[in-house]
Design a protein around this ligand. Structure first.
Ligand SMILES: [Zn+2]
Length: 240
């Protein structure tokens, strides 16, 4: 089986089964050996990624975080262009430690969190927290959380309106799944064995710390979040 066939199969199974996955993370990822990472492809590499075309990129936490940001924004730039719109890049992309994060419109950043701030049009993440997820369970955490936050940046630009916060959150999950699939289809990323489990586990168990100070209970159940992500992944962002 080629790696690229793995994700859709498992995501489809989740969609069909709607399995309860509250304890998925702890059950599946207590092993000390992290799974291999998502890799950039050496085929049709763009100049910006061609410095080491035959090498798998994103072999460190810092590389994966930067790639997740760069690739996701590149994806959305193309999507906006195709729709006759112009994507506005993030103003800032900030890693912080503990209490030292940037405030958002007067609201302090929380430790163990990641968020999009519409006031400054930036994404910030607790890098120690995200790194601990990465070390624990592989790079799936990075490739779920960063695209999710950038999904909120997309919503802001599209001026998407929601009556419930949970709708906003689930759409961001859907956008994350759709962007990731788009990048895999474009050969920017290749899924590897274990990636599907990482992605789904992070959706189920890492929860959505983003925006937690606004509506802490309205981010969707683990199953809802997995299904939203899978929906984007299988149908594309147009279905979100
Ligand atoms: Zn969110």
């Amino acid at each position: 089986m080629t790696p690229r066939t793995v994700l859709p199969l498992v995501l489809a199974a989740v969609l069909a089964a709607g399995c309860s996955s509250v304890d998925f993370w702890k059950d599946q990822f207590s092993a000390p050996t992290p799974p291999p990472g998502l890799r950039t492809s050496d085929r049709q590499g763009e100049p910006a990624q061609s410095a080491k075309p035959a090498e798998p990129a994103g072999q460190t936490f810092d590389e994966d975080v930067e790639l997740a940001r760069t690739f996701t924004e590149r994806y959305w730039r193309q999507e906006f262009q195709a729709a006759g719109k112009t994507y506005r890049p993030l103003q800032k992309f900030v890693g912080y430690s503990g209490d030292g994060g940037p405030d958002c419109g007067g609201q302090p950043a929380l430790p163990e969190n990641a968020f999009y701030c519409p006031v400054g049009h930036f994404v910030a993440y607790d890098k120690d927290w995200l790194r601990s997820l990465y070390d624990e369970s592989g790079d799936g955490a990075v490739y779920v959380i960063i695209p999710h936050e950038i999904g909120h940046a997309v919503q802001a630009q599209l001026m998407s309106d929601f009556s419930l916060n949970v709708q906003r959150e689930l759409q961001a999950d859907c956008y994350g799944g759709g962007a990731l699939k788009g990048l895999i289809d474009e050969k920017q990323l290749e899924a590897e064995n274990g990636d599907d489990e990482e992605l789904l586990a992070n959706l189920a168990a890492a929860g959505d710390p983003t925006d937690a100070w606004w509506r802490p209970d309205a981010h969707g159940t683990p199953v809802q979040r997995q299904q939203a992500f899978a929906s984007g992944f299988t149908k594309g962002v147009g279905a979100c």
